[in-house]
Design a protein around this ligand. Structure first.
Ligand code: R5P
Length: 310
């Protein structure tokens, strides 16, 4: 087995390599003066089972292009099998046409990865599970839930906990986590009654006096999260925490979250945390290196990956 790391998340790639007691394959990914990407794999990979680790996170297009070019280099170097490992799959939110004459970019990205030469894809908490169907190659969608559940069990009194979906679209995800810890479920329902009027936040379920855990796949601007936290506190929640897999945290998100009443936001390292994230007073990062490392080991040995989540 060989592990090749792109530049998006070197720390996570090294954690995965350490778990697998192996070293990252020697490779250089560098730029020409005009910013074109050049890749050179500096070890023999002929006949090998290769895993390319690259999150298509900010700067998304650069990291995506790096992934495609690394995959092309590996295919031309006669690998036996190439698995594109995307701890964070950028463009996943563009999975349908929001209006006429708009793209389905998640499908385009799936096509690009396949055509570059990937034989399999491994990713984590896809924005929508059905994106797996955009690939005509085997696709494993891993879940950060076991890592989060372990952390929640270590830190909370489970008898006074409510798991909350910050919007109606995330109910399936929140319910799955609530089931794992045997907790109640609540839903924040955002509604604009009439055009031009501001949004009304309704909370479905009992949160008064309870510790609330908001669960989502992505925190980007932080707007969904901060608004949901405010709505829960207004309805008497004791405190609000959040467990969100992918910390996209673009623009002023970190400042918005540190200034909010959210007690703590827990994210994973599917996207390499920036310095601002690392020093933020109420953001903590859990590593999914072991989970991805184990999924890679099982794939290489042709063992069950789904049983990781039983
Ligand atoms: C939306 O469907 C996602 O699950 C997240 O709720 C959303 O991407 C969060 O975005 P933001 O942090 O910008 O509100």
């Amino acid at each position: 087995m060989k592990l090749v790391a792109g530049n998006s998340n070197r720390a996570l790639s090294e954690a995965i390599a350490a778990y697998l007691s192996t070293a990252l394959t020697k490779a250089v990914v560098r730029r020409f003066a005009d910013m074109e990407i050049f890749v050179e794999i500096q070890e023999n990979v002929r006949g090998q089972d290769v895993f390319v680790i690259q999150s298509t996170s900010f700067p998304t297009n650069d990291h995506l292009m790096e992934l495609l070019i690394i995959t092309d280099a590996l295919r031309r170097a006669s690998c036996r099998r190439i698995t594109a490992v995307l701890p964070y799959f950028g463009y996943a939110r563009q999975d349908r046409k929001p209006g006429p004459r708009t793209p389905i970019s998640a499908k385009l990205v799936a096509n690009l990865i396949t055509h570059a030469g990937a034989d399999r894809v491994m990713t984590l908490d896809l924005h929508a599970g059905q994106i797996q169907g955009f690939f005509d190659i085997p696709t494993d969608n891993l879940y950060a839930a076991p890592v989060m559940v372990r952390d929640i069990k270590d830190r909370f009194d489970l008898s006074n906990l409510v798991v909350v979906s910050p919007d109606v679209g995330g109910v399936v995800r929140a319910r799955a986590l609530a089931k794992r810890i045997d907790a109640q479920l609540a839903i924040v329902d955002k509604r604009r009654e009439r055009p031009g009027e501001s949004e009304v936040m309704n909370v479905i379920g009992t949160v008064e006096g309870r510790s609330c855990i908001l669960v989502d796949d992505i925190v980007d601007s932080g707007g969904t999260l901060v608004n949901a936290a405010e709505a829960l506190l207004e309805r008497g929640a004791k405190e609000v925490h959040a467990y969100i897999t992918h910390g996209v945290l673009s623009g002023g998100a970190v400042a918005r979250i540190t200034a909010s009443k959210l007690k703590e936001l827990v994210i994973t390292d599917s996207i390499q945390p920036t310095e601002a994230v690392r020093v933020a007073r109420n953001i903590r990062v859990l590593s999914i290196g072991t989970l991805i490392g184990e999924a890679i080991a099982r794939t290489a040995h042709e063992e069950s990956v789904s049983s990781l989540f039983d």
